[in-house]
Design a binder for this molecule. Structure first.
Ligand SMILES: [Zn+2]
Length: 432
């Protein structure tokens, strides 16, 4: 039984699951018990499209249980952990199968109520198993039916806020809708089009960060072809949007071996403009600003996160203006403006590009870095690219989707690079 294709297969598997429980408690060290456990594990592990994380965790539990049984060291608790996981996965298969039938207008059982009833019957009235299985099953629809996946995941966590930590021992996520408050976006923040289509539902619960919803739905705009978040936490838009520094044990800056990469970037910029008036938008952890100082730039900087602003300003001895870039006021114009990994965080990305253009001298350079969902890395990794789960990202461009806006603002693209700093990001040198 490699892949479950019919409900009758599922019923056989459920019967096997119950028989393994009897077998375990009667003869825990018996070869037959091990074989039955393996025979249940095989179809679970061969199940296509289940989330990698779930399968990895299940596989670890199953292998260790079998090893312990062979050594005669398995405890009832080890068995129960595996047993619960196996139940979740079997229920997940059942729910997925039901959805597939539903899509083919041949749904069995007839309604959600009936599905609930059947699963509860199978699983001894265990609502948690049903909820957990429903969540795992919904992940299979992350691409096929992203809105379904999003709605199911949200409702599963509303009903069972600690769902994830009950499934995975090493997770602590707890969903509290009052604290998070997502705003819903139905209009493209890039081109204002109202025509969009759900594209992919990212699993944010797995990131284990309690300030974010369990799911983020990426929409694809029909107007400009770029992506944006359908739901995004209200608190995350603007003011904070990620801290990149911390003051620990007196050490403010910890270079992450990126310094040479920044010097290469500046050497590329100097091929197009030798001016030294420099503005950095969003200083993050301060590495690029430090290299700009080393390479002789006359630096100014603006940062929206107050903590980063104070930490980097103090460490490098540079005045950094604490402000939203769109509200930043400057007496002077610049030869070089740096916007590294900013565009994907802001609510009005094209306004930010226009602002940078207005602040540049003629022939001035804007250096831009942002994730590209058509990058080589993302093409190869597809939805295992961690960029899909970046919780602070509001928009997601492709080069093809971004380029018309760059032209419209007035920029000429002088150079395109695959980022050496972040997998799946593009780095552009743009000239006014
Ligand atoms: Zn758009």
């Amino acid at each position: 039984m490699k892949e479950l294709t019919h409900f009758s297969d599922f019923k056989i598997l459920i019967e096997m699951l119950y028989s393994v429980r009897t077998a375990y408690y009667d003869t825990p060290n018996d070869t037959n018990t091990v074989n039955t456990i393996l025979s249940i594990s095989e179809p679970i592990l061969n199940r296509k499209n289940s989330s990698e994380e779930n399968l990895k965790q299940y596989s670890t539990v199953a292998i260790s249980l079998v090893d312990l049984i062979k050594l005669g060291k398995a405890t009832d608790k080890d068995f129960e952990v595996w047993y619960q996981r196996a139940k979740i996965h079997l229920a997940e298969m059942f729910i997925s199968l039901s959805y597939d039938f539903l899509n083919n207008d041949n749904y069995f059982p007839d309604s959600d109520d009936e599905l609930d009833k059947m699963l509860l019957e199978f699983f001894d009235g265990d609502f948690f198993i049903f909820r957990a299985a429903h969540y795992v099953a919904s992940r299979r629809y992350a691409l096929k039916d992203p809105m379904l996946c999003y709605k199911n995941t949200m409702s599963d966590f509303e009903k069972e806020p600690e769902l994830l930590q009950k499934i995975f021992a090493n997770k602590h996520y707890c969903y509290s809708p009052e604290k998070i408050k997502d705003a819903i976006y139905n209009v493209c923040p890039i081109c204002d089009s109202e025509e969009e289509k759900p594209f992919y539902c990212a699993d944010q619960a797995i990131l284990d960060h309690n300030s974010f919803s369990p799911a983020k739905l990426w929409m694809k705009c029909n107007g400009c072809g770029n992506l944006y978040a359908y739901n995004f936490p209200v608190w995350n838009m603007g003011e904070i949007n990620g801290h990149y520094t911390s003051k620990t044990e007196g050490q403010v800056l910890t270079p992450r071996n990126q310094l040479v990469k920044y010097s290469n970037i500046f050497n590329h910029i100097k091929k197009f403009n030798l001016g030294t008036k420099y503005l950095e938008v969003g200083v993050g952890s301060g590495e690029m600003l430090a290299v700009a100082l080393e390479m002789g730039y006359d630096v100014s900087a603006v940062e929206i996160c107050r903590e980063d602003c104070e930490n980097i300003s103090g460490a490098l001895g540079v005045d950094i203006v604490w402000s939203d870039f769109l509200k930043y006021k400057s007496e002077q114009k610049y030869d070089v403006i740096i916007m590294g990994d900013i565009l994907e965080h802001v609510s009005k990305p094209i306004d930010a590009l226009q602002k940078a253009y207005d602040l540049l001298n003629n022939n001035g350079i804007l250096w831009l870095s942002t994730p590209n969902f058509n990058s080589a890395f993302t093409r190869m990794r597809k939805f295992t690219d961690p960029m899909w789960n970046q919780k602070n990202h509001f928009t997601y461009f492709s080069y093809e989707g971004l380029e018309p806006f760059l032209k419209k603002v007035g920029f000429t693209v002088k150079r395109y690079d695959v980022s050496e700093r972040y997998n799946g990001s593009m780095e552009l040198i743009l000239q006014k």
